[in-house]
Write a protein that binds this ligand. Structure first.
Ligand code: NAD
Length: 250
């Protein structure tokens, strides 16, 4: 195993499940100490125990990324424990209400914008303050193919993910000369707990959207995030990388 992140400290939000869990485990396999954060302490602790078996350090920190004070505390926690923050993956997110623009509830809109967009701004704000002090860092924000195209009945999710791409580009431009790279990834439909509750028919319909003929795997997304987080991607910033089984090529 190549240890491309040896000695680095990484923070992953939403790391108790799905894509975030796969990213936390892959970071650790590549030598990083990983701070696992989530609102689900029980599942988060399971990930920490898995990582501790890999000869790197790991801790769980309970934090709701929809609360700016918790995002600030989270970054302080990483720095207090490990002395610095080299890598951050702002991954936590929800699917939100399924409804048309006309019927979408005001509460549903506030919630999805808060958890899927405001959270990325809060995390970036405090992560960047630390990374500017250090003079280096790499951040990957979790967008979606729905950060590039629309889909019916998910206006809040689509709007939030489009905004995450724009926020990523802006933050990247502001920090490109400071040794900090910021990128976004855009998975198509990935087989995680976010989707496993779907009825068989709905799942088949999603599979049919991908020319490759299946849903993606969390581990496949993690490989792209690992590369963007590592020094191998040293000339990559402000970019949005779809990982979509051909979805956007149609
Ligand atoms: P998941 O439900 O398996 O994992 C999401 C994790 O985020 C959970 O552990 C959950 O507890 C945590 N979380 C939710 N709200 C939180 C909050 N307020 N604060 C902190 N943690 C919170 O989902 P996933 O499929 O792994 O999704 C991860 C990210 O990938 C999300 O941003 C999602 O929008 C994005 N994404 C997923 C897919 C997909 O098809 N699964 C596709 C594109 C993008």
């Amino acid at each position: 195993m190549e240890h491309s992140l040896a000695g680095k400290t990484a923070l992953v939000t939403g790391a108790a499940s799905g894509i975030g869990k796969a990213i936390a485990l892959l970071y650790a396999q590549h030598g990083a100490n990983v701070l696992v954060s989530d609102i689900d302490a029980e599942k988060g602790q399971v990930v920490v125990e898995q990582i501790k078996g890999m000869d790197v350090q790991s801790h769980f920190v309970l934090a709701d990324v929809g609360d700016p004070a918790e995002c600030q505390r989270l970054v302080h926690d990483v720095v207090n424990r490990y002395g610095r923050l080299d890598i951050a993956c702002n991954n936590a997110g929800i699917g939100g209400e399924l409804n048309t623009v006309a019927d979408y509830s005001l509460e549903g809109w506030q919630k999805i914008i808060n958890i899927n967009l405001n959270s990325v701004f809060y995390c970036l704000k405090y992560q960047l303050a630390q990374m500017v002090k250090q003079g280096h860092g790499a951040i990957v924000n979790m967008a979606s193919i729905l950060g590039q195209v629309g889909t019916p009945n998910s206006p809040g999710y689509v709007a939030a993910k489009h905004a995450v791409v724009g926020l990523t580009q802006t933050a990247a431009l502001e920090n490109a000369s400071k040794g900090i790279r910021i990128n976004a990834v855009g998975p198509a439909y990935i087989d995680t707990p976010l989707l496993t509750a779907l009825p068989y028919e709905a799942r088949q319909q999603l599979i049919n959207l991908h020319p490759i003929g299946r849903l993606g795997k969390a581990e496949e997304v993690a490989e792209l995030v690992l590369w963007l987080s590592s020094d191998k991607a040293s000339f990559v910033t402000g970019s949005y990388y779809p990982i979509d089984g051909g979805y956007l090529a149609q």
